[in-house]
Write a protein that binds this ligand. Structure first.
Ligand code: HEM
Ligand code: HEM
Length: 190
């Protein structure tokens, strides 16, 4: 690409209407890291014997990483509703619709999954707390063993299913970047 074509191409790459704003980008990657941390902690937990400090720590990290996901998901969704999203990159209409549907499913997941986790704890008769810091999250429901079993099962099933959904979402982003060569990934990076 010569210098003039390069300069002509710049406004399209950088135009605010063609990319996510800074806050949306920051929230996307912060939520991604916290979801990855929640998954890593719950996987690690299985390596330690019941009642041991590392197992309890892994569970605590899982729960708090998940709770912060919820804390960021709410402003993120509000920001998305207020600011909207850039137009999809040019391509097949069906692919654009699938991408958009996938995004709403992911929004639902980052709201519902932590709530289900919190409900599991509360219905099991526990509070999510950090006693050392005097922090205690008020219970959403009182002890209810039947509810606990149901929400725990949904939380675990969703947790497993979303390995696949998140994997597909990430692969789609990489497909756009490396195979289609469009700006889909770039506009979520800066
Ligand atoms: C993005 C957020 C979260 C994700 C992706 C997530 C994912 C998962 C996964 C994959 C499992 C294990 C499923 C299995 O064993 O098959 C799990 C278990 C569990 N999660 Fe979460 N979780 C999240 C947030 C939370 C939160 C906020 C809490 C509570 C405050 C929580 C509480 C639990 C509990 C109690 C279990 C069952 C652990 C056990 O008894 O082995 N989770 N979660
Ligand atoms: C926990 C994991 C993830 C979640 C929950 C998640 C969630 C989301 C959501 C809700 C959107 C829609 C944003 C909006 O329109 O407001 C989105 C967009 C996007 N995500 Fe993710 N994401 C995750 C991981 C990843 C990973 C690992 C990658 C890259 C490898 C990625 C790349 C992208 C890209 C490029 C977009 C913009 C797509 C477009 O403009 O059409 N995401 N993500």
């Amino acid at each position: 690409m010569d210098r003039i074509t390069e300069i002509q191409a710049l406004p399209e790459v950088l135009s605010p209407s063609r990319r996510y704003d800074r806050l949306a980008v920051w929230l996307h990657w912060a939520v991604f890291l916290l979801v990855a941390l929640a998954y890593a902690a719950i996987e690690l937990k299985g390596n330690f014997a019941k009642g041991t400090p590392p197992r309890n720590l892994a569970m605590l990290v899982h729960e708090w990483a998940g709770l912060v996901v919820l804390g960021l998901a709410v402003p993120r969704l509000l920001w998305r509703l207020v600011r909207g999203a850039p137009m999809p990159e040019p391509g097949w209409r069906l692919m654009q619709l699938a991408g958009s549907a996938m995004h709403w499913v992911l929004y639902l997941f980052i709201l519902a999954q932590p709530l289900l986790g919190l409900l599991t704890i509360n219905a099991g008769g526990h509070l999510l707390a950090l006693p050392q810091l005097g922090i205690e999250i008020p219970a959403l429901v009182g002890p209810d063993p039947a509810l606990k079993d149901t929400v725990k099962e949904i939380h675990e099933t969703l947790g497993t299913a979303f390995y696949l959904v998140i994997g597909l979402h990430a692969m789609a982003a990489l497909f756009h970047h490396y195979m289609l060569g469009d700006n889909t990934l770039r506009r979520m990076l800066r």
